[in-house]
Design a protein around this ligand. Structure first.
Ligand code: HEC
Ligand code: HEC
Ligand code: HEC
Ligand code: HEC
Ligand code: HEC
Length: 171
């Protein structure tokens, strides 16, 4: 009987907090994963680093639209029909392409829906990719390096004389 009570107490004292901690660290409270695992191990270090392809070669809309845009698989295949075709990751890429199946790249940077942001304005205003994204060409896996919080946006807007009234970013 005593032993049973001891076990119950142990479960309450140790088991419950342990379970709570486990849940705390495993529930997706923050869905902004700073460096998500991507479906294909694409590397900026190879393409933007070693090969020095311009960012706009792939992110084609960045100068003219709100979204920078992620390249289509046909752009990848323009090289990978003949480059590194024996590698596992390229076989994966090719089978996605041949099945006409899109690759769902995980988003790295994501503002809340209620924020208005546009790449075009910033690129035209002379802000560099690296100011907001860090040195992507040197990242094995792209991760977020700035908070993307309001204070961060505002600090730069004040510095550079860009608008700071609420409706600039809250439409
Ligand atoms: C050969 C094509 C290619 C080039 C060149 C390229 N990128 Fe990318 N970029 C991608 C692909 C594909 C993804 C999605 C997969 C990933 O996140 O790695 C991506 C993702 C990103 C992301 C993360 C997007 C998100 O979800 O938030 C950023 C930021 C980015 N690129 C910036 C750059 C910058 C800056 C350069 C130039 C230094 C550059 N890219 C050059 C293809 C390219
Ligand atoms: C301008 C040509 C070009 C384009 C466009 C291009 N790549 Fe590449 N890619 C290369 C070259 C060159 C290599 C290095 C091959 C080597 O290591 O010999 C490479 C390497 C890779 C690798 C590493 C293969 C390995 O396992 O070593 C992956 C994965 C990859 N590319 C995916 C992509 C994806 C996804 C896209 C489209 C978003 C893309 N590439 C667009 C030229 C290109
Ligand atoms: C003023 C800061 C800033 C600059 C400069 C900037 N970005 Fe971004 N970028 C962001 C923010 C913020 C997001 C998330 C936007 C959202 O969630 O709507 C983002 C998202 C992205 C994405 C993923 C979503 C999309 O728009 O397709 C890519 C790719 C990207 N940026 C590439 C680039 C490239 C390439 C450059 C330079 C040519 C660049 N960015 C310059 C702040 C910036
Ligand atoms: C590193 C500096 C910098 C950062 C960080 C930055 N901005 Fe800007 N932003 C600018 C500059 C400079 C302009 C003015 C560009 C021009 O001359 O049109 C601007 C313009 C804008 C505009 C257009 C304003 C208008 O009506 O003309 C919006 C919207 C905007 N930014 C939203 C954001 C949001 C949202 C963030 C944070 C997620 C952000 N910005 C972060 C520098 C920055
Ligand atoms: C340059 C862009 C920018 C301007 C200007 C701006 N905000 Fe924001 N605001 C943001 C961004 C980005 C977020 C979301 C990220 C965060 O929570 O910090 C945000 C978040 C908020 C939130 C939190 C909303 C929530 O549900 O989490 C409030 C409240 C807010 N802003 C009020 C204001 C007010 C009031 C003003 C005018 C005095 C203003 N903002 C001006 C960019 C801006």
């Amino acid at each position: 009987m005593n032993r049973l009570i001891l076990i119950v107490i142990l479960v309450l004292l140790v088991g419950f907090p342990a379970a709570a901690l486990f849940l705390l660290y495993n529930l997706p409270f923050d869905n902004r994963d700073p460096a998500p695992v991507q479906p294909i191990a694409f590397q900026h270090t190879v393409h933007a680093g070693k090969m020095q392809l311009p960012c706009t070669f792939c992110h084609r809309y960045v100068e003219r639209a709100r979204q920078a845009g992620i390249p289509s698989l046909s752009l990848c295949m323009s090289c990978h029909r003949s480059i590194a075709t024996e590698r596992e990751e390229i076989k994966k890429l090719t089978s996605f392409f041949e099945a006409g199946q899109p690759v769902y790249w995980s988003r790295v940077h994501q503002l809340p829906d209620f924020i208005y942001f546009s790449h075009k304005r910033h690129i035209k205003g002379g802000v560099l990719c690296a100011t907001c994204h860090g040195e992507v060409a040197q990242m094995e896996v792209v991760h977020q390096v700035r908070s993307l919080e309001m204070g961060w946006c505002l600090a730069c807007h004040r510095d550079r004389g860009a608008p700071t009234d609420c409706t600039t970013c809250h439409k």
